[in-house]
Ligand binder design. Structure first.
Ligand code: HEM
Length: 276
């Protein structure tokens, strides 16, 4: 967020469309964050005594696992109160094997391979190679496999070398997943650059961006900016009592939904009455 910078208003010359590289490779880094488990916790934050945790590959195309087994609250608790896969750890950068060997196993005759789909999709779309995207990002040029070790650990560079004849042929997606994560982030340098470019364009090129003056009154804006995802969990879940105030942090303060007043929609009601 710091690198995206302060918002300075709508820029009509910025194209907010989703870039090919973002959809076909960069944002798919999310596939390396997926845990093989959907954790389900009861109100005391223990594994749900009746239904337990759910294996991700058994949940694909199986919505009744949600409908009949305690609803969405146990899943929300699992998301808030257990750690996500930490791709800063060298051997946790990969996509979990269940997504490579068992994707949609429950519905398809032959299971799919998410990593292969991602690589193949980039080929379908004719995406440029890793070294070329680095150039677009003004990152140092790599001429040798040793150069690449600045961004990717030596054992992983060795693996790439076994597969690709030249560094110029290394494909973007596997390289993005293997890049060393930058301090304080879950992304490597090229991936971070591509994500920043897209999110900045989405914001600056959007005429209806919520901060664009005139979209919302100052009171409404204040209300929107003070709302947290945990407020939405409280107002929209079945019966959640406890949430993490910052749902993105495992060490967040835990708060009762009773102490969360939710969005004050009166700011909008007033607007309606004045318009009428
Ligand atoms: C259980 C979780 C997930 C599953 C099973 C899943 C599966 C898939 C599949 C099968 C595709 C289509 C692949 C292809 O044929 O090219 C896809 C596309 C994609 N996924 Fe995921 N995904 C998951 C989570 C995520 C997450 C967490 C992110 C990012 C944070 C993400 C980002 C994307 C993007 C950007 C696309 C391309 C969408 C498009 O261009 O229309 N996915 N995913």
């Amino acid at each position: 967020m710091q690198k995206i910078g302060e918002y300075t208003g709508y820029q009509p010359d910025v194209n907010p469309s989703i870039a090919n590289v973002f959809a076909t490779s960069a944002f798919r880094f999310g596939h390396s964050l997926i845990s093989p488990w959907i954790r389900r916790l009861d109100a005391d934050l223990n594994e749900h005594p009746r239904y337990g945790h759910l294996l991700l590959h058994q949940a694909f195309f199986n919505p009744y696992k949600l409908v009949n087994e305690g609803g969405v609250d146990p899943v929300l608790r699992g998301l808030m109160f257990t750690a996500t896969k930490d791709r800063r750890i060298e051997n946790a950068k990969q996509i979990h094997k269940n997504l490579i060997q068992r994707l949609f196993e429950a519905s398809d005759e032959i299971a799919l391979d998410l990593a292969a789909l991602n690589i193949q999709r980039a080929r379908d779309h004719g995406l440029a190679f890793y070294v070329e995207w680095r150039e677009l990002c003004d990152l140092p040029k790599f001429n040798t496999w040793e150069d690449m070790e600045k961004a990717i650990s030596p054992p992983n560079v060795r693996k790439l070398k076994e597969v690709y004849k030249s560094i110029n042929l290394v494909e973007l997606y596997p390289a993005l997943l293997l890049e060393k994560t930058l301090p304080g982030t879950r992304t490597g340098e090229t991936l971070q650059c591509l994500l920043i470019k897209q999110f900045k364009a989405l914001r600056d090129g959007d005429r209806f961006w919520y901060q664009n003056p005139g979209e919302f009154s100052p009171g409404q804006l204040k209300e929107i900016e003070s709302a947290k995802l945990s407020d939405i969990f409280c107002s929209d879940s079945d019966n959640l009592e406890l949430v993490a105030d910052n749902v993105f942090r495992l060490d967040s303060e835990r708060v009762s939904c009773q102490n969360k007043p939710g969005l004050n929609l009166r700011k909008w009601a007033l607007d309606c009455s004045t318009q009428i």
